[in-house]
Each structure stands twice: as C-alpha cells, then as structure tokens.
Design a protein around this ligand. Structure first.
Ligand SMILES: NC(=O)C1=CN([C@@H]2O[C@H](COP(=O)(O)OP(=O)(O)OC[C@H]3O[C@@H](n4cnc5c(N)ncnc54)[C@H](OP(=O)(O)O)[C@@H]3O)[C@@H](O)[C@H]2O)[C@@H](O)CC1
Ligand SMILES: Nc1ncnc2c1ncn2[C@@H]1O[C@H](COP(=O)(O)OP(=O)(O)O)[C@@H](O)[C@H]1O
Ligand SMILES: [Mg+2]
Length: 286
C-alpha cells in the first residue's frame, strides 16, 4: 500500500486569512478533558496549544489542583472541575470538538467519564482521543462501538497503539493498521495519527496512508504529543472536521519544531505553541 508524503502545501491550503465578519464562535468551541493531580502539565500544554492555534473558545475539565497553574499559564481557557460530572457532561453538549486524555490517568473515575463521553458525543462533534484515553480504551475496547461522533481522531504514540491495536511496534505498517482500524471502528470515520520520529496518518475512510515529512529529534520532549493534540483540536474546530485539517495540524506542529530547531538543541512543547500564530499567519498569506 502506498504512503503519500505531506508537507507545507497542506497547511497553505487549509489555513486561510480570517474574514473580518467573524467572532470567536466561528473558530470552534473546544472542551479538553484531562490532567489528574499528578499530570496537570499535560492538559495545560494541550490548552496552551489549542489557544495558540486559533481555537475560538477553550474549556478545560481538569483536577482542581491544576486550576491556579492553568489560569496563570493560559488565562484564555475556562476551567471546570473534572469531578463535577453532571456539569462536565452538560458542557460537553455545546462543544464542536472534545479532546480527551492528556494526563487523564487511568483511575476508575477516568474510565467512567470516558465511557459517558463515548456515549454522549454526537454526530455533529469531533472527538480527539490521546494518551490515557487510548490506554483506557485498550482496557475496554467495547467502548469504541458506542462512539457516534462525526470525526474521531486517535493520536497514539507507538506504545499506546500497540496497547490498543495489539500490533507490536515493529509490525505497525499500513496493511495491519488498516485491518485493526476496520475491526475497531466498523463505521470507519476515524483518523489514526500514529506518532513517532516519522509520524504516519491513516485515514480509515479512504484507506490511505500519509507520512509527515517534517519534525526533528529536538522535539523528543515530554508534552510534545499533548501539544499536538491541542493543535489538532483547534484545527478541527476552526477549519472543520476533515482529514486535511488533521494533516495541516500535524505538519504545523513539526514545522514549528523545525523552525525552533534551526538554532536550538532542543525544542520545548510550549515554544512550539508560541510559534503557531506566526506560522499560521505565514501559511495563510501564501
Ligand atoms: N507534564 C505532564 O503532565 C506530562 C504528562 N504525560 C502524561 O503521562 C501519561 C502517560 O503517558 P506516557 O506517554 O508518558 O507513558 P506511556 O504511555 O507508558 O508511554 C511510554 C512507554 O512507551 C514506550 N514507547 C515506545 N515507543 C514510543 C514512542 N514512539 N513514543 C513514546 N513512548 C514510546 C516507552 O519506551 P521507553 O521510553 O521505555 O523506551 C515507554 O515504555 C499520559 O496521561 C500522558 O498524557 C505525558 O504526556 C508527558 C508530560
Ligand atoms: N525524534 C523525533 N523526531 C520527530 N518528532 C518526534 C521525535 N520524537 C518525538 N517526536 C514527536 O513528539 C510527539 C511525542 O508525542 P508523545 O509521545 O505523545 O508525547 P507526550 O505524551 O509526552 O506529550 C509526537 O508528535 C512525535 O512525533
Ligand atoms: Mg502522549
């Protein structure tokens, strides 16, 4: 099966200048769910990435231990106590995009919330599942059949995909991945972003595979995937649920990393987020 390489052309196509007659409601309502007491940084980095990548309205459901740090770091984001389940599920209804998983952990409550999310996300919403959400799904794969969301994006690293798919890392090539995607998601409205030093994107609907040409080893820093998840959520929210929006997000994340890597030995995830507004402006004008 062929793999198509993608680069900046996709970002130039997707990212357009903003019309004057627009407001925050036009650029996506996002709910980010994650950040246990110990892994608060993960959801904060996702929130910072989402806001810096143009999300219109960003809410974060996380452990209250993270509230002060979240607001200090990303005052644009709204906070909700992840343990107030009824309020979180009510907020869920009004969202265009829901990102679940960064730093969520694997507590029984995390599984309960993820179960509700899989049941309640509607066909007009996009769902991005990352990190702990993927590990919980690996424990309870029957949850996948409950998902009705219009667009589902999975963003595992290789070990997370091994846990969920059962495919060992050296065997994670095109054909096997599509076979498992067909089994896990018979409805097939799913995009798999399989992260590594050579991130591949698999579109289950078309059965096509794409290879990210950008990226560098300076990006091998904890939180870099949380940042990508936030960028993907923001792009789905403002450019609409599509494969192109996901590819553009994956490209921009790596391209921002490459710009920073030109004169830095390592790349911090928060610097990638800080680079996004300039990078998006550049692509929107080209
Ligand atoms: N600041 C924060 O709050 C942060 C919080 N975080 C949160 O922590 C939670 C756990 O997530 P996690 O990714 O850290 O742990 P896990 O899923 O066990 O994966 C690691 C195992 O997989 C293996 N491995 C093999 N291939 C790999 C590959 N290509 N890429 C990466 N790993 C690969 C790897 O092999 P090894 O390193 O041993 O060679 C190791 O055995 C989750 O909720 C997440 O959001 C993080 O986001 C960080 C910042
Ligand atoms: N050597 C590398 N070259 C290019 N990109 C890399 C490299 N190492 C890591 N990355 C990128 O960094 C991100 C790591 O994601 P992940 O493992 O989920 O991080 P975390 O969970 O710590 O946020 C992915 O987008 C991956 O493609
Ligand atoms: Mg991760």
């Amino acid at each position: 099966m062929e793999t198509e390489e993608f680069g900046s052309e996709i970002a130039r196509r997707v990212i357009r200048p903003r019309p004057s007659q627009s407001h925050k409601g036009n650029y996506g309502r996002l709910l980010l769910i994650g950040g246990s007491e110990n892994f608060g940084g993960a959801i904060m980095m996702a929130a910072e990435a989402a806001v810096s990548s143009g999300a219109g309205l960003t809410s974060v459901a996380t452990d209250p231990a993270n509230l002060t740090a979240l607001h200090a770091r990303v005052p644009e984001a709204m906070f909700m106590d992840i343990h107030e389940q009824a309020r979180v599920l009510d907020l869920l209804k009004k969202q265009d995009v829901i990102l679940c998983g960064p730093g969520l952990g694997n507590s029984p409550y995390a599984l309960e919330l993820l179960t509700k999310l899989c049941q309640l996300a509607t066909p007009s919403q996009s769902l991005v599942l990352d990190a702990s959400a993927l590990d919980l799904l690996a424990q309870q794969p029957d949850l996948l059949s409950l998902i009705k969301a219009k667009q589902v994006v999975l963003t595992p690293h290789q070990m997370e995909w091994q846990r969920l798919s059962g495919i060992k890392i050296p065997d994670q090539e095109n054909v096997r991945n599509f076979q498992v995607l067909r089994q896990l998601f018979p409805k097939r409205n799913v995009i798999l972003v399989l992260k590594s030093n050579h991130t591949h994107v698999y579109d289950a609907t078309q059965e096509r595979a794409y290879l990210n040409a950008a990226g560098n080893p300076g990006m091998a820093t904890g939180g870099m995937g949380d940042t990508l998840a936030g960028i993907i959520a923001a792009f789905l929210g403002q450019f609409g649920p599509s494969l192109d929006a996901v590819l553009a997000a994956v490209h921009c994340h790596s391209a921002a990393g490459d710009l920073l890597y030109q004169d830095k030995y390592l790349v911090r995830p928060t610097e990638v987020s800080a680079m996004m507004p300039k990078l998006m402006k550049r692509y929107s004008n080209e």
